[in-house]
Design a protein around this ligand. Structure first.
Ligand SMILES: Cc1cc2nc3c(=O)[nH]c(=O)nc-3n(C[C@H](O)[C@H](O)[C@H](O)COP(=O)(O)O)c2cc1C
Length: 186
């Protein structure tokens, strides 16, 4: 009887692991984000929790000024000039990932410059890029088409925009979206 129970449990565990792999497509997921004031980080953590992927924070060598007027001025100039700020760290083995979630605050209707640096620093050909963004009205802006220009050989999905003021209540929406696009862990 005991042996039967052990066998049954073992078979159930194996079937469950196949099921999990089938649902996630056994794809290796990385969640990458930049966050200036913390909102995008909260969504990145929710996506990490849902997908079970690895998480990586993009950090510029020179942090942006804390003053709102200053940062908006600097951001506008950098975006207009296509400036790519240097980043603090590099991902060693990006090749092992199939799906890369890329998160940014909406800055002047596009991604923040450190995210553009990230996307220009690696060969992401053949990978699926899933953008997400926090904003205060512009939603994704023209981020998806800007990412396609930087990564023409990647499969860029439509992004998820979340209003910055409601990131803490967004987990349900994030999980539903992950399910809809076939990226949820379970
Ligand atoms: C430099 C700068 C530019 C911004 N530009 C926009 C914008 O064009 N459209 C918008 O909806 N929100 C804009 N915002 C608001 C942010 O996108 C929003 O507060 C976001 O949730 C911040 O995310 P974070 O906390 O991860 O940095 C801007 C904020 C900053 C600091």
């Amino acid at each position: 009887m005991k042996i039967k129970l052990y066998l049954f449990t073992a078979i159930a565990m194996i079937l469950n692991s196949f099921n999990l792999q089938a649902q996630s497509g056994a794809k290796k997921v990385l969640v990458v984000y930049y966050s200036y004031s913390g909102n995008t980080r909260i969504i990145a953590e929710q996506i990490q929790k849902g997908t079970g992927g690895d998480i990586f924070e993009i950090q510029p060598v020179n942090a942006y000024p804390k003053d709102y007027q200053e940062v908006t001025g600097q951001a506008k100039k950098e975006i207009n000039e296509d400036f790519r700020p240097a980043l603090k760290t590099k991902i060693k083995d990006i090749n092992k990932y199939d799906v890369i979630f890329v998160g940014s605050p909406c800055w002047w209707a596009t991604m923040a410059p450190p995210v553009a640096t990230f996307l220009s620093s690696y060969d992401l050909s053949g990978k699926t890029i899933v953008p997400f963004m926090t904003h205060e009205g512009s939603r994704m802006g023209h981020t998806e088409s800007d990412i396609k220009k930087l990564c023409p050989k990647s499969n860029v999905l439509n992004g998820l925009p979340i209003r910055g003021s409601r990131v803490k209540q967004a987990e349900g929406e994030v999980m539903k979206w992950l399910k809809d696009i076939g990226m949820i862990k379970k």
